[in-house]
Design a protein around this ligand. Structure first.
Ligand code: FAD
Length: 393
């Protein structure tokens, strides 16, 4: 057997033996494990699965072993994800530390920062939130005003963030602060890390149209950030770190929403609307729309896979992540529109067991935010036209 075949056989056997039965099956966001000090495990298996995967470095399979990763090659990582899909294993852990901060620390962090933060992220011991947006500084992110003043042994941070996802659940924040306002707006921004337990940090949840409340206003009033490992990159040069992190955020969002579909719309339509004697969805118009949605989804997944391969081979994605983010989120919105059409008015009912607490309707409403979070679709189109198509501003 080749090395990769041996790796596949061992991985398959290990997953079969170690992935608890209750951590397999159809996955939805309410089954996620986000980790962190405040996290309440949904059951003992969720913790067991996280710990077992973290012990092998497989919560972050491609990170270096010394920082809590599995040190897997691109091909091994692909095999691991195929084998997890084969038994429908749940992701052991989701965390903005994994999908956003980790890659930025690996690129820009000091050895001390990597030692201090990456291992706890990999083990699910620290949950992060992203302090980028402010009232008046969303699309125009570089105009942020949250101020960090040098006070000798600490920074004094004052300002307000908004739309901070899970800020009320997070242990730490990666936060854009302004340390110098004398030059152009992209300069003088510093990428800072600090604990949400610091005095002066407070959060207020904001409710979404779906009835859920995943994000907050975050107030920073005379927050003292001790000096040490708090700054990623150089003082005043945080924009580079911030934009690098955004490319990872956009990939994550496109992967989650664009390629995250676990069932064909065609299957759902056939099950809910019935089929004709040939086993086809009876309504030809619906059949065509379902086929289009599934083809779009699968084409997108193929594109994601090809892009991932190129990224892992060392290509820099840059503006391409904007194209993925734009297309992935747009097709996800279309997919949910169609699923709501299939369900009809019954699907609008929520807070009942019949509709699984309105799961589909809430998810449909949640998709409206996909083309806003991580940078709006209009902003992605601007980036594509300038950086990929090289059109004039
Ligand atoms: C579910 C969700 C989770 C989020 N989580 C976080 C988080 O954890 N941390 C965080 O920091 N932020 C978070 N955000 C905020 C998100 O990044 C911003 O909402 C987004 O960048 C848009 O900024 P804004 O809301 O200020 O809208 P605005 O920038 O005010 O935009 C309003 C409208 O104007 C359009 N527009 C603005 N400028 C241009 C332009 N130059 N050209 C064309 N059109 C333009 C936009 O496309 C949009 O339609 C989250 C948002 C959502 C919806």
């Amino acid at each position: 057997m080749s090395d990769l075949e041996t790796f596949r056989a061992e991985t398959r056997a290990w997953l079969e033996a170690n992935c608890p039965e209750s951590m397999r099956g159809s996955y939805s966001p309410d089954k996620a494990c986000w980790g962190g000090k405040k996290w309440v495990f949904k059951n003992p298996d969720q913790k067991l699965w996280l710990d077992r995967m973290a012990d092998r470095g497989w919560t972050v399979p491609t990170w270096p072993k010394e920082y809590g990763g599995g040190g897997l090659s691109k091909d091994e990582n692909e095999i691991l994800s195929e084998e997890m899909k084969r038994i429908k294993a749940f992701p052991p852990h989701e965390n903005f530390g994994i999908s956003m901060l980790g890659p930025a620390l690996l690129k820009f962090g000091t050895h001390e920062q990597k030692e201090r933060f990456l291992k706890p992220i990999a083990r699910g011991e620290i949950r992060w939130c992203q302090g980028y947006s402010e009232p008046g500084s969303g699309s125009d992110l570089a105009s942020i005003k949250t101020k960090a003043e040098d006070q000798g042994d600490h920074w004094l941070v004052n300002g307000q963030k908004v739309w901070t996802s899970y800020a009320d659940q997070a242990d730490w924040i990666f936060c854009l602060t302004r340390t110098d306002s004398s030059g152009p707006k992209h300069q003088g921004i510093t990428f800072m890390l600090f604990s949400m337990e610091n005095e002066g940090v407070s959060t207020k949840p904001i409710k979404l149209i779906s009835g859920r409340s995943p994000f907050c206003e975050t107030f920073l009033d005379d927050v003292k950030v001790p000096k040490g490992d708090e700054i990623v990159g150089q003082i005043g040069e945080g924009w580079r770190v911030a934009t690098y992190l955004l490319t990872h955020e956009r990939e994550m969002i496109s992967g989650m929403f664009g390629g995250g579909a676990t069932r064909f719309v065609g299957q759902i339509a056939a099950q809910e609307m019935g089929t004709n004697e040939k086993g086809e969805i009876a309504d030809p118009m619906l059949r065509a729309r379902a086929a289009q949605a599934d083809l779009d989804g699968w084409s997108f997944m193929a594109l994601m896979r090809a892009t991932k391969d190129r990224a892992e081979a060392g290509a820099s994605l840059g503006a391409e992540s904007s194209a993925l983010k734009y297309y992935g989120t747009e097709i996800n919105k279309r997919r949910y529109e169609l699923m709501m059409d299939i369900g009809g008015t019954d699907e609008l009912e929520w807070e009942t067991d019949r509709n699984n607490d309105g799961d589909r309707a809430r998810s449909w409403l949640r998709t409206r935010a996909n083309s806003i979070e991580g940078g709006t679709s209009e902003i992605q189109l601007n980036i594509i036209s300038k950086r990929i198509l090289e059109l004039p501003s």
